[in-house]
Design a protein around this ligand. Structure first.
Ligand code: CDP
Ligand code: CDP
Length: 231
């Protein structure tokens, strides 16, 4: 007998969380939810409205007042097996991955009202089980009762290299130094913020994938999943 479970994946920036989450969802026929994409979409929303000033100051009041007009969803991508993030009906998948969004997303995601709204949406996705969600507070806040929790980490040099290569392959201009700086900056803000900071849940299993390929991390975790769902 197999049962459906929720899988919570947290960890530092660009360590391979969403790659692992996507791969697990594919093998298990589960739903993958990229919670970071939701924070990135809210950041784009704030930017387009002019609420992120050039000096980095954010008009939090204006953003909070219009949070109830922000619709975020995921739709199947043209590329088979992938899904695209939609903001108020518009496909913003490409836009939200760019460095100008990465630059401010950790400030936007530190706003308690933003978290409250997105956490509620995320919990809704998980109601029926069979969800793999990756982010920063999934095992601690969004799904504290998830049957399997993972905390993923990798050496920052390796993470920077991976994200830099990924951006390059998408034709996005950046330098390895800039990428590394952004990762370190976000890790700092994400682990030190007052509301739902990134931290390993006590019952999360640690996965350091510095020296693992995507296939190796998948095989490792699938072993855990199979032993959980088969008894
Ligand atoms: O893919 P990458 O690791 O670069 O980041 P992401 O997962 O897309 O998340 C972008 C940012 O959103 C993070 O740096 C956090 O500031 C925020 N985030 C969060 O606060 N809580 C989550 N559950 C997911 C993301
Ligand atoms: O979701 P997160 O920001 O944690 O990372 P990701 O977007 O899944 O992965 C960042 C990059 O690292 C992607 O290009 C992955 O293909 C790559 N990666 C890797 O090279 N080796 C791994 N073991 C995991 C991910």
């Amino acid at each position: 007998v197999t049962r459906k479970i929720n899988i919570a994946i947290d960890g530092y920036s660009a360590c391979g969380k969403s790659t692992l989450a996507k791969d697990l969802a594919k093998v298990l026929s589960y739903t993958f939810i990229d919670s970071g994409a939701m924070y990135r979409a809210v950041t784009l929303f704030a930017m387009r409205n002019g609420w992120i000033k050039e000096n980095g100051v954010i008009d939090q009041k204006a953003l909070i007042a219009s949070l109830n007009t922000v619709q975020i969803g995921f739709k199947p991508s043209q590329e088979k097996g992938k899904s695209d993030t939609h903001l108020n009906g518009e496909n913003v998948e490409e836009e939200i991955r760019k460095p100008h969004i990465a630059q401010y997303v950790s400030q936007i995601s530190a706003i308690p009202e933003v978290r409250k709204r997105l956490v509620a949406l995320q919990q809704d996705f998980g109601k029926e089980k069979g969800v793999v969600m990756d982010g920063r507070d999934i095992g601690t806040v969004v799904f504290p009762n998830a049957e399997l929790k993972l905390f993923v980490t990798a050496d920052v040099e390796e993470r920077a290299r991976r994200r830099f290569e990924e951006l390059k392959s998408k034709g996005v201009e950046s330098t390895l130094e800039e990428v590394k700086k952004n990762l370190a900056h976000r890790d700092h803000l994400d682990t030190t913020r007052a509301t739902d900071p990134l931290k390993k849940a006590d019952d999360a299993r640690l996965v350091d994938n510095t020296c693992m390929t995507k296939d190796e991390q998948l095989t490792l975790v699938l072993g855990w999943v199979r032993s959980l769902i088969s008894n």
